[in-house]
Design a protein around this ligand. Structure first.
Ligand code: NAP
Length: 335
Protein backbone atom coordinates (compact mmCIF):
# COMPACT_ATOMS: atom_id res chain seq x y z
CA UNK A 1 0.00 0.00 0.00
CA UNK A 2 1.44 3.37 -1.01
CA UNK A 3 -0.02 5.50 1.71
CA UNK A 4 -1.13 4.37 5.19
CA UNK A 5 -4.71 5.19 6.16
CA UNK A 6 -5.11 8.02 8.68
CA UNK A 7 -7.16 6.70 11.61
CA UNK A 8 -8.80 8.20 14.69
CA UNK A 9 -10.35 6.40 17.66
CA UNK A 10 -13.59 7.45 19.27
CA UNK A 11 -13.46 7.12 23.06
CA UNK A 12 -10.95 5.84 25.54
CA UNK A 13 -12.67 2.41 25.66
CA UNK A 14 -10.60 -0.31 27.30
CA UNK A 15 -10.71 -2.67 24.30
CA UNK A 16 -9.21 0.04 22.13
CA UNK A 17 -6.59 1.15 24.65
CA UNK A 18 -5.41 -2.32 25.61
CA UNK A 19 -5.83 -4.36 22.43
CA UNK A 20 -7.12 -2.89 19.19
CA UNK A 21 -5.32 0.46 18.95
CA UNK A 22 -1.82 -0.75 19.99
CA UNK A 23 -2.23 -3.64 17.52
CA UNK A 24 -3.25 -1.31 14.71
CA UNK A 25 -0.31 0.96 15.52
CA UNK A 26 2.08 -1.95 14.87
CA UNK A 27 1.00 -1.96 11.23
CA UNK A 28 2.65 0.16 8.55
CA UNK A 29 -0.65 0.57 6.71
CA UNK A 30 -2.20 2.35 9.71
CA UNK A 31 -1.42 5.89 10.84
CA UNK A 32 -3.21 6.38 14.18
CA UNK A 33 -3.47 10.17 14.37
CA UNK A 34 -5.97 11.09 17.05
CA UNK A 35 -8.13 9.97 19.95
CA UNK A 36 -11.31 11.62 21.20
CA UNK A 37 -13.03 11.39 24.56
CA UNK A 38 -15.88 13.20 26.27
CA UNK A 39 -13.16 14.22 28.71
CA UNK A 40 -10.16 15.96 27.15
CA UNK A 41 -7.86 14.99 30.03
CA UNK A 42 -8.72 11.33 29.49
CA UNK A 43 -8.05 11.72 25.77
CA UNK A 44 -4.69 13.37 26.50
CA UNK A 45 -3.67 10.64 28.96
CA UNK A 46 -4.59 8.00 26.36
CA UNK A 47 -2.66 9.84 23.63
CA UNK A 48 0.39 10.11 25.91
CA UNK A 49 0.23 6.44 26.87
CA UNK A 50 -0.02 5.17 23.30
CA UNK A 51 2.01 7.86 21.54
CA UNK A 52 -0.84 9.37 19.52
CA UNK A 53 -0.30 12.95 18.30
CA UNK A 54 -3.71 14.55 18.86
CA UNK A 55 -6.25 14.38 21.70
CA UNK A 56 -9.75 15.80 21.24
CA UNK A 57 -12.25 16.62 24.01
CA UNK A 58 -15.28 15.59 21.95
CA UNK A 59 -16.12 13.00 19.31
CA UNK A 60 -17.41 15.79 17.03
CA UNK A 61 -14.02 17.52 16.96
CA UNK A 62 -12.31 14.33 15.84
CA UNK A 63 -14.95 13.75 13.15
CA UNK A 64 -14.36 17.29 11.89
CA UNK A 65 -10.62 16.70 11.44
CA UNK A 66 -10.15 16.65 7.65
CA UNK A 67 -6.91 14.63 7.88
CA UNK A 68 -8.69 11.63 9.38
CA UNK A 69 -9.94 9.12 6.82
CA UNK A 70 -11.26 6.36 9.06
CA UNK A 71 -12.42 5.94 12.63
CA UNK A 72 -12.57 3.03 15.05
CA UNK A 73 -15.80 3.07 17.08
CA UNK A 74 -15.60 1.08 20.33
CA UNK A 75 -18.46 2.89 22.09
CA UNK A 76 -21.09 1.10 24.20
CA UNK A 77 -23.41 -0.92 21.97
CA UNK A 78 -26.31 1.56 21.88
CA UNK A 79 -23.99 4.15 20.28
CA UNK A 80 -22.61 1.93 17.52
CA UNK A 81 -25.13 2.93 14.87
CA UNK A 82 -25.71 6.60 15.78
CA UNK A 83 -22.01 7.48 15.97
CA UNK A 84 -21.13 5.35 12.93
CA UNK A 85 -23.72 7.32 10.97
CA UNK A 86 -22.25 10.59 12.25
CA UNK A 87 -18.80 9.42 11.14
CA UNK A 88 -20.01 8.33 7.68
CA UNK A 89 -21.73 11.69 7.24
CA UNK A 90 -18.44 13.36 8.17
CA UNK A 91 -16.80 11.42 5.32
CA UNK A 92 -15.01 8.77 7.39
CA UNK A 93 -14.82 5.02 6.90
CA UNK A 94 -15.72 3.13 10.09
CA UNK A 95 -14.48 0.06 11.88
CA UNK A 96 -17.28 -0.43 14.42
CA UNK A 97 -17.21 -2.77 17.39
CA UNK A 98 -19.51 -5.75 17.61
CA UNK A 99 -22.44 -6.02 17.76
CA UNK A 100 -22.86 -3.55 14.91
CA UNK A 101 -26.31 -2.55 16.24
CA UNK A 102 -28.95 -3.53 18.78
CA UNK A 103 -31.30 -4.98 16.13
CA UNK A 104 -31.16 -5.98 12.48
CA UNK A 105 -33.53 -3.12 11.65
CA UNK A 106 -31.14 -0.64 13.25
CA UNK A 107 -28.19 -2.17 11.38
CA UNK A 108 -30.09 -1.81 8.10
CA UNK A 109 -30.14 1.98 8.54
CA UNK A 110 -26.39 1.97 7.90
CA UNK A 111 -26.75 0.66 4.35
CA UNK A 112 -28.12 3.80 2.73
CA UNK A 113 -25.69 6.09 4.51
CA UNK A 114 -22.73 3.92 3.59
CA UNK A 115 -23.86 3.75 -0.06
CA UNK A 116 -24.59 7.47 -0.28
CA UNK A 117 -21.31 8.56 1.32
CA UNK A 118 -19.28 5.85 -0.41
CA UNK A 119 -17.62 4.99 2.90
CA UNK A 120 -17.05 1.49 4.26
CA UNK A 121 -18.50 0.20 7.53
CA UNK A 122 -16.97 -2.97 8.89
CA UNK A 123 -18.02 -4.70 12.10
CA UNK A 124 -14.98 -5.53 14.24
CA UNK A 125 -15.26 -9.33 14.14
CA UNK A 126 -11.49 -9.77 14.40
CA UNK A 127 -11.97 -13.54 14.43
CA UNK A 128 -12.87 -13.44 10.76
CA UNK A 129 -9.40 -12.01 10.00
CA UNK A 130 -7.63 -14.79 11.90
CA UNK A 131 -5.95 -17.52 9.80
CA UNK A 132 -7.08 -20.20 12.25
CA UNK A 133 -10.70 -19.61 11.18
CA UNK A 134 -9.83 -19.56 7.49
CA UNK A 135 -8.22 -22.97 8.04
CA UNK A 136 -11.29 -24.38 9.84
CA UNK A 137 -13.48 -23.23 6.95
CA UNK A 138 -11.11 -24.88 4.45
CA UNK A 139 -10.93 -28.15 6.41
CA UNK A 140 -14.70 -28.42 6.67
CA UNK A 141 -15.19 -27.50 3.02
CA UNK A 142 -12.67 -30.07 1.79
CA UNK A 143 -14.26 -32.88 3.81
CA UNK A 144 -11.55 -33.29 6.46
CA UNK A 145 -14.24 -34.32 8.97
CA UNK A 146 -16.59 -35.91 6.45
CA UNK A 147 -19.96 -34.19 6.38
CA UNK A 148 -20.40 -31.49 9.01
CA UNK A 149 -23.31 -32.46 11.27
CA UNK A 150 -23.06 -30.46 14.49
CA UNK A 151 -21.46 -27.41 16.02
CA UNK A 152 -20.98 -27.00 19.74
CA UNK A 153 -19.82 -23.68 21.14
CA UNK A 154 -19.24 -22.02 24.45
CA UNK A 155 -18.10 -18.58 25.58
CA UNK A 156 -18.21 -17.41 29.18
CA UNK A 157 -16.57 -15.15 31.76
CA UNK A 158 -17.53 -13.77 35.15
CA UNK A 159 -18.28 -10.05 35.44
CA UNK A 160 -21.02 -8.79 37.79
CA UNK A 161 -19.70 -5.24 38.19
CA UNK A 162 -22.82 -3.06 37.88
CA UNK A 163 -20.67 -0.18 36.56
CA UNK A 164 -19.46 -2.19 33.55
CA UNK A 165 -21.20 -1.43 30.24
CA UNK A 166 -21.91 -5.18 29.86
CA UNK A 167 -24.17 -5.03 32.90
CA UNK A 168 -26.27 -2.04 31.86
CA UNK A 169 -29.32 -3.25 30.00
CA UNK A 170 -30.30 0.22 28.70
CA UNK A 171 -27.06 0.70 26.75
CA UNK A 172 -26.92 -2.74 25.12
CA UNK A 173 -25.45 -4.84 27.92
CA UNK A 174 -25.80 -8.60 28.33
CA UNK A 175 -24.05 -11.72 27.12
CA UNK A 176 -25.81 -12.26 23.78
CA UNK A 177 -24.66 -8.92 22.40
CA UNK A 178 -21.23 -9.18 24.01
CA UNK A 179 -20.21 -12.78 23.26
CA UNK A 180 -23.16 -14.71 21.83
CA UNK A 181 -22.54 -12.73 18.64
CA UNK A 182 -19.22 -14.60 18.16
CA UNK A 183 -20.81 -18.03 18.52
CA UNK A 184 -23.31 -17.02 15.88
CA UNK A 185 -20.86 -15.43 13.43
CA UNK A 186 -18.42 -18.38 13.53
CA UNK A 187 -21.25 -20.91 13.10
CA UNK A 188 -22.45 -18.95 10.07
CA UNK A 189 -18.88 -18.66 8.78
CA UNK A 190 -18.13 -22.36 8.89
CA UNK A 191 -21.48 -23.62 7.56
CA UNK A 192 -21.51 -20.86 4.94
CA UNK A 193 -25.25 -20.69 5.65
CA UNK A 194 -27.81 -18.74 7.62
CA UNK A 195 -29.64 -20.67 10.35
CA UNK A 196 -33.30 -21.13 9.47
CA UNK A 197 -34.76 -21.70 12.96
CA UNK A 198 -33.67 -21.49 16.54
CA UNK A 199 -34.76 -21.92 20.15
CA UNK A 200 -33.20 -20.34 23.21
CA UNK A 201 -33.37 -20.25 26.98
CA UNK A 202 -32.29 -16.95 28.54
CA UNK A 203 -31.63 -16.37 32.23
CA UNK A 204 -31.49 -12.73 33.31
CA UNK A 205 -29.74 -11.19 36.29
CA UNK A 206 -32.53 -10.41 38.77
CA UNK A 207 -31.18 -6.95 39.58
CA UNK A 208 -29.36 -5.77 36.44
CA UNK A 209 -31.86 -7.46 34.06
CA UNK A 210 -29.12 -8.30 31.58
CA UNK A 211 -29.03 -11.76 29.96
CA UNK A 212 -26.40 -13.59 32.00
CA UNK A 213 -26.80 -17.16 30.72
CA UNK A 214 -28.17 -18.24 27.36
CA UNK A 215 -28.37 -21.64 25.69
CA UNK A 216 -29.43 -21.82 22.07
CA UNK A 217 -29.97 -24.39 19.38
CA UNK A 218 -29.92 -23.31 15.75
CA UNK A 219 -30.71 -25.45 12.72
CA UNK A 220 -29.22 -24.82 9.28
CA UNK A 221 -30.88 -25.62 5.94
CA UNK A 222 -28.64 -28.64 5.24
CA UNK A 223 -29.53 -30.17 8.62
CA UNK A 224 -26.50 -29.03 10.62
CA UNK A 225 -27.41 -28.29 14.24
CA UNK A 226 -25.47 -25.75 16.29
CA UNK A 227 -25.84 -25.61 20.06
CA UNK A 228 -24.14 -22.96 22.07
CA UNK A 229 -24.03 -21.37 25.48
CA UNK A 230 -22.83 -17.96 26.56
CA UNK A 231 -22.62 -16.44 30.00
CA UNK A 232 -21.38 -13.29 31.69
CA UNK A 233 -21.54 -14.88 35.15
CA UNK A 234 -19.75 -18.19 34.80
CA UNK A 235 -16.20 -19.48 34.92
CA UNK A 236 -13.90 -18.39 32.06
CA UNK A 237 -14.25 -20.70 29.06
CA UNK A 238 -14.28 -20.55 25.29
CA UNK A 239 -14.32 -23.45 22.85
CA UNK A 240 -15.81 -24.37 19.49
CA UNK A 241 -16.24 -27.91 18.16
CA UNK A 242 -17.24 -28.88 14.65
CA UNK A 243 -18.30 -32.51 14.43
CA UNK A 244 -18.65 -34.35 11.15
CA UNK A 245 -19.35 -37.92 10.07
CA UNK A 246 -15.67 -38.91 10.16
CA UNK A 247 -13.94 -36.41 12.39
CA UNK A 248 -14.05 -33.42 14.69
CA UNK A 249 -12.28 -30.06 14.76
CA UNK A 250 -11.81 -28.22 18.04
CA UNK A 251 -10.69 -24.60 18.14
CA UNK A 252 -8.72 -24.11 21.35
CA UNK A 253 -9.09 -20.34 21.78
CA UNK A 254 -11.67 -19.47 19.18
CA UNK A 255 -12.34 -15.83 20.02
CA UNK A 256 -9.64 -14.20 22.15
CA UNK A 257 -6.86 -15.85 20.16
CA UNK A 258 -3.46 -15.02 21.74
CA UNK A 259 -0.97 -12.58 20.19
CA UNK A 260 2.03 -13.98 22.07
CA UNK A 261 1.92 -17.66 21.15
CA UNK A 262 0.63 -19.84 18.34
CA UNK A 263 -3.07 -20.59 18.08
CA UNK A 264 -4.02 -24.25 17.87
CA UNK A 265 -6.78 -26.38 16.49
CA UNK A 266 -7.20 -30.09 17.16
CA UNK A 267 -8.40 -32.54 14.53
CA UNK A 268 -9.61 -35.88 15.86
CA UNK A 269 -10.47 -38.80 13.60
CA UNK A 270 -12.46 -40.31 16.46
CA UNK A 271 -10.73 -43.71 16.41
CA UNK A 272 -11.24 -43.92 20.18
CA UNK A 273 -12.45 -41.85 23.11
CA UNK A 274 -8.94 -41.02 24.29
CA UNK A 275 -7.80 -38.85 21.40
CA UNK A 276 -5.38 -41.45 19.95
CA UNK A 277 -6.15 -40.04 16.51
CA UNK A 278 -5.82 -36.42 17.54
CA UNK A 279 -3.61 -34.15 15.42
CA UNK A 280 -2.70 -30.61 16.43
CA UNK A 281 -2.30 -27.81 13.90
CA UNK A 282 -0.39 -24.79 15.14
CA UNK A 283 -0.54 -21.39 13.46
CA UNK A 284 2.26 -18.85 13.48
CA UNK A 285 1.72 -16.21 16.16
CA UNK A 286 -0.39 -13.31 14.85
CA UNK A 287 -2.27 -10.38 16.32
CA UNK A 288 -5.80 -10.69 14.99
CA UNK A 289 -6.52 -7.06 15.85
CA UNK A 290 -3.59 -5.97 13.71
CA UNK A 291 -4.79 -8.18 10.84
CA UNK A 292 -8.23 -6.62 11.22
CA UNK A 293 -6.81 -3.06 11.09
CA UNK A 294 -4.77 -3.97 8.03
CA UNK A 295 -7.69 -5.68 6.31
CA UNK A 296 -9.95 -2.67 6.75
CA UNK A 297 -7.19 -0.26 5.69
CA UNK A 298 -6.59 -2.25 2.49
CA UNK A 299 -10.32 -2.32 1.76
CA UNK A 300 -10.40 1.46 2.18
CA UNK A 301 -7.64 1.76 -0.45
CA UNK A 302 -9.49 -0.72 -2.71
CA UNK A 303 -6.59 -3.10 -2.32
CA UNK A 304 -8.51 -5.88 -0.61
CA UNK A 305 -11.98 -7.15 0.24
CA UNK A 306 -14.29 -5.96 2.99
CA UNK A 307 -14.03 -9.04 5.21
CA UNK A 308 -17.26 -8.46 7.16
CA UNK A 309 -19.76 -6.81 4.82
CA UNK A 310 -22.71 -4.85 6.15
CA UNK A 311 -24.96 -7.49 4.64
CA UNK A 312 -23.15 -10.12 6.69
CA UNK A 313 -23.47 -8.00 9.86
CA UNK A 314 -27.20 -7.52 9.26
CA UNK A 315 -27.60 -11.29 8.85
CA UNK A 316 -25.81 -11.82 12.17
CA UNK A 317 -28.13 -9.30 13.83
CA UNK A 318 -31.17 -11.18 12.46
CA UNK A 319 -30.00 -14.22 14.37
CA UNK A 320 -29.45 -12.15 17.53
CA UNK A 321 -32.98 -10.73 17.16
CA UNK A 322 -34.32 -14.28 16.86
CA UNK A 323 -32.42 -15.43 19.98
CA UNK A 324 -34.01 -12.66 22.06
CA UNK A 325 -37.39 -13.44 20.55
CA UNK A 326 -37.08 -17.18 21.20
CA UNK A 327 -35.93 -16.56 24.75
CA UNK A 328 -38.89 -14.31 25.41
CA UNK A 329 -41.58 -16.52 23.85
CA UNK A 330 -40.16 -19.93 24.70
CA UNK A 331 -41.00 -20.93 21.11
CA UNK A 332 -38.98 -21.99 18.07
CA UNK A 333 -38.45 -18.89 15.96
CA UNK A 334 -37.77 -18.56 12.23
CA UNK A 335 -34.69 -16.48 11.56
N1 NAP B 1 -13.53 -7.13 19.65
C1 NAP B 1 -13.27 -7.41 20.91
O1 NAP B 1 -12.42 -8.25 21.22
C2 NAP B 1 -13.99 -6.67 21.99
C3 NAP B 1 -13.60 -6.86 23.32
C4 NAP B 1 -14.21 -6.09 24.30
C5 NAP B 1 -15.20 -5.18 23.95
N2 NAP B 1 -15.58 -5.05 22.66
C6 NAP B 1 -16.62 -4.08 22.29
O2 NAP B 1 -16.05 -2.79 22.42
C7 NAP B 1 -16.99 -1.86 22.93
C8 NAP B 1 -16.41 -1.19 24.16
O3 NAP B 1 -16.18 -2.13 25.17
P1 NAP B 1 -15.21 -1.75 26.41
O4 NAP B 1 -15.34 -2.82 27.41
O5 NAP B 1 -13.87 -1.41 25.91
O6 NAP B 1 -15.95 -0.45 26.94
P2 NAP B 1 -15.49 0.67 27.99
O7 NAP B 1 -14.10 0.46 28.44
O8 NAP B 1 -16.57 0.78 29.01
O9 NAP B 1 -15.47 1.96 27.09
C9 NAP B 1 -16.58 2.53 26.48
C10 NAP B 1 -16.23 4.00 26.22
O10 NAP B 1 -17.32 4.62 25.58
C11 NAP B 1 -17.39 5.99 25.98
N3 NAP B 1 -18.78 6.27 26.34
C12 NAP B 1 -19.61 7.14 25.68
N4 NAP B 1 -20.82 7.12 26.21
C13 NAP B 1 -20.81 6.23 27.24
C14 NAP B 1 -21.78 5.79 28.16
N5 NAP B 1 -23.05 6.24 28.15
N6 NAP B 1 -21.41 4.87 29.09
C15 NAP B 1 -20.17 4.39 29.12
N7 NAP B 1 -19.18 4.77 28.24
C16 NAP B 1 -19.51 5.69 27.31
C17 NAP B 1 -16.42 6.19 27.11
O11 NAP B 1 -15.29 6.88 26.55
P3 NAP B 1 -14.93 8.41 26.83
O12 NAP B 1 -15.27 8.65 28.27
O13 NAP B 1 -13.50 8.45 26.54
O14 NAP B 1 -15.75 9.24 25.90
C18 NAP B 1 -15.97 4.80 27.49
O15 NAP B 1 -14.61 4.74 27.83
C19 NAP B 1 -18.27 -2.66 23.14
O16 NAP B 1 -19.10 -2.48 22.03
C20 NAP B 1 -17.82 -4.10 23.19
O17 NAP B 1 -18.81 -4.99 22.69
C21 NAP B 1 -14.98 -5.77 21.68
Amino acid sequence: MNKPVNWGVISTAKIGRVHVVPAMMKSRVVNMMAVASRDVAAAQAYADELGIATAYGSYEELLADPEIEAVYNPLPNHLHVPVTIQALEAGKHVLCEKPIALTAAEAETLVDVSNRTGKIVEEAFMVRHNPQWMRVVELVKTGAIGELRAIQGMFSYFNDDPANIRNKVDIGGGGIYDIGCYLITTSRLVTGQEPDRLAAVIDRDPVMKTDRLTSAIMTFPGGVQATWMCSTQMNLRQRMNFVGTTGRIEVEVPFNAPNDRPSRIFIDDGQDNFGSGLKTEEFPTVDQYMLQGEGVSRAIRNEGPVTVSLENSIANMRVIDAVFNAGKTGQWVDV
